[in-house]
Design a protein around this ligand. Structure first.
Ligand SMILES: Cc1cc2nc3c(=O)[nH]c(=O)nc-3n(C[C@H](O)[C@H](O)[C@H](O)COP(=O)(O)OP(=O)(O)OC[C@H]3O[C@@H](n4cnc5c(N)ncnc54)[C@H](O)[C@@H]3O)c2cc1C
Length: 128
């Protein structure tokens, strides 16, 4: 799994038979560059709880709902962390472009760009 991630072949949630689901690193191991592994595991747990409530204990339906909501979000974080690593370690022209793009950027502008990440709310867990 780790080498498949490194090669960019998978992002999240291996296909299972519907009666089993995953959360946390098992579902979406990610690089460290956004410090989001545990955060995503917690969001997964909250979302799974909400899905179970919503589906009144129908586990198969709840897993489907949970995965529908978590796959795009966690894949975005996996891919963004990978991209952050590439940017942090950029060399040559790529490094020059990165420096120019980030030069003079205020902390507020960095945080604005991360609203999609930090704006997650438990009450919207099933719609993210
Ligand atoms: C140095 C470091 C810094 C980090 N910093 C951050 C950070 O700042 N922010 C952040 O969000 N994330 C951070 N992370 C990532 C975060 O720690 C993980 O993403 C998170 O712990 C994943 O939680 P998990 O429950 O999925 O897996 P784990 O925490 O790995 O839990 C899995 C558990 O299952 C147990 N287990 C494994 N196999 C079996 C078995 N066969 N039977 C029974 N039990 C088993 C393991 O012993 C373990 O206790 C960091 C990770 C590291 C290593």
């Amino acid at each position: 799994m780790a080498s498949a991630h490194a090669q960019g072949k998978c992002c999240t949630f291996p296909k299972l038979d519907g009666r089993v689901t995953m959360l946390g690193d098992a579902a979406h191991g990610m690089l460290q560059y956004m410090a989001q592994g545990a955060c995503m595991a917690i969001e997964d747990a909250v979302t799974l709880g909400e899905a179970m409530k919503h589906c009144q204990g129908d586990v198969v339906k709840a897993f489907q709902l949970y995965e529908k909501s978590r796959i795009p979000r966690t894949a975005r974080v996996v891919l963004s962390a990978r991209e952050m690593g590439r940017l942090y370690h950029a060399k040559g022209v790529e490094r020059l472009v990165r420096n120019q793009l980030w030069e003079g950027r205020t902390p507020e502008r960095f945080y604005d760009a991360l609203e999609w990440l930090y704006g997650w709310r438990a009450e919207n867990a099933l719609t993210h």
